[in-house]
Design a protein around this ligand. Structure first.
Ligand SMILES: Cc1cc2nc3c(=O)[nH]c(=O)nc-3n(C[C@H](O)[C@H](O)[C@H](O)COP(=O)(O)OP(=O)(O)OC[C@H]3O[C@@H](n4cnc5c(N)ncnc54)[C@H](O)[C@@H]3O)c2cc1C
Length: 349
């Protein structure tokens, strides 16, 4: 049952079990998958979205922090984000939510000897808050550097907690980075660096030695920063990242860089359970959108290859992926949300 703490930019929800039974534990950095019954243009609809746990694990409950997602600036006629609008405008304290147990590979390593660098862009701060709070409580000797990139103070979440933690814990180094500070934002007081989080900034401000990097932020930040950290010489196994939506962080060498132009070369997609065969005509970004447009019922979640909700049996044919997949796909299955047919295919759906 949520208690809701409003903020103009993001809303924080405290969740507790309705039946009083202990909630499944989680690793700092993991996310919850919500199944929401919403109303869209007068029609009831169920949607699935993932939200990172934004506090350290605690037996009393879960915390998530949800940013309001408006219509894109260049398409103001579109409806705003369905789930975030539901959380911001329609959900009330005491409402009951359907939530899948915590999951995800993006979680902090527990080797207290290795310093941690948490890099967050915008609402990508949520998994970092969980990791940070856990580290400061459970591994008080561990050095933690947080780089938190935003445009200005109007977008900061957890400002007072972060400042209080940096005063209380000398081994926690807070670096707030504003790309477009407001007239009232004061460098040294409200933020430490101007510009964007970059490898140059990391090189200049981090001490020498091994660090584990955790990165979460918008696609544009991830797509430049993650390969940049690797190019700086950080071994791949010390770099961990999660995108909250579609992001081509690192393409496999043989992955295509452009969507399949199936409009010129239509491919047959057979949905075995639904008994439908439809031509992939290239209108959809991926097989999930394609199935949904045909009215074929498929599970879905993060839509970015992380949660595995849309894993579906691939009975025949080949599926290719346009972005890295952060989920161990079972043999004989495929992920619809980031997949496109590379041949005629038959799916279990
Ligand atoms: C692992 C993971 C963890 C996450 N953690 C967090 C978190 O901690 N906090 C958080 O805030 N978010 C988090 N997210 C993102 C979150 O899951 C949602 O993606 C986000 O809230 C947007 O969902 P929505 O339903 O509000 O927007 P959607 O309804 O999915 O809409 C997204 C955008 O598309 C626009 N749109 C609407 N209709 C159309 C159309 N016809 N054509 C084109 N565009 C359209 C909307 O206006 C909006 O701008 C996480 C995602 C993942 C994968």
């Amino acid at each position: 049952m949520p208690q809701i703490h409003p903020h103009s930019y993001a809303k924080t929800l405290y969740l507790e079990p309705v039946d009083g039974i202990a909630l499944p534990p989680f690793k700092p950095g993991q996310f919850l998958t919500f199944q929401l019954a919403i109303e869209n243009q007068g029609q009831a609809r169920t949607i699935v979205r993932c939200y990172s746990l934004s506090d350290r694990p605690a037996p009393e409950g879960y915390r998530v922090t949800i940013k309001r997602v408006p219509a894109p600036a260049d398409q103001p006629h579109l409806p705003p984000g369905a789930s975030s609008t539901h959380f911001h405008d329609r959900l009330h304290e005491g409402d009951i939510l359907r939530i899948k147990a915590p999951s995800g590979h993006f979680h902090i390593d527990d080797d207290a000897k290795v310093a941690v660098v948490l890099i967050a862009g915008g609402i990508g701060i949520t998994p970092m808050m969980s990791m940070l709070r856990w580290c400061l409580d459970e591994q008080p000797e561990r050095t933690v550097h947080l780089y938190y990139g935003l445009r200005h103070s109007g977008e900061v979440a957890f400002k007072s907690s972060l400042e209080a933690m940096s005063l209380r814990h000398p081994q926690f180094h807070l670096n707030v980075v504003y790309s477009r500070p407001d007239a009232n934002d004061v460098k040294g007081r409200d933020y430490q660096h101007a510009g964007h989080i970059s490898v140059d900034l990391l090189r200049q401000s981090l001490p020498h030695g091994r660090h584990l990097f955790y990165v979460c932020g918008p696609a544009v930040m991830m797509e430049s920063l993650v390969p940049g950290i690797a190019a700086w010489g950080v071994p791949e196994h010390d770099i961990h990242y999660e995108a909250f939506g579609p992001a081509t962080v690192r393409l496999a060498p043989d992955a295509p860089t452009k969507p399949v132009d199936a409009g010129l070369n239509p491919l047959e997609v057979r949905f075995q359970r639904s008994g439908r065969t439809v031509m992939w005509d290239g209108q959809d970004a991926n097989l999930l959108e394609f199935a949904e447009r045909q009215g074929i019922s498929v599970e879905s979640g993060c839509r970015s290859g992380s949660c595995g909700s849309c894993e579906t049996r691939l009975i025949s044919g080949t599926v290719r992926y346009l972005q890295s997949v952060d989920h161990d796909i079972r043999p004989g299955h495929c992920l619809l949300c980031v997949g496109q047919p590379a041949s005629f295919i038959t799916l279990g759906a």
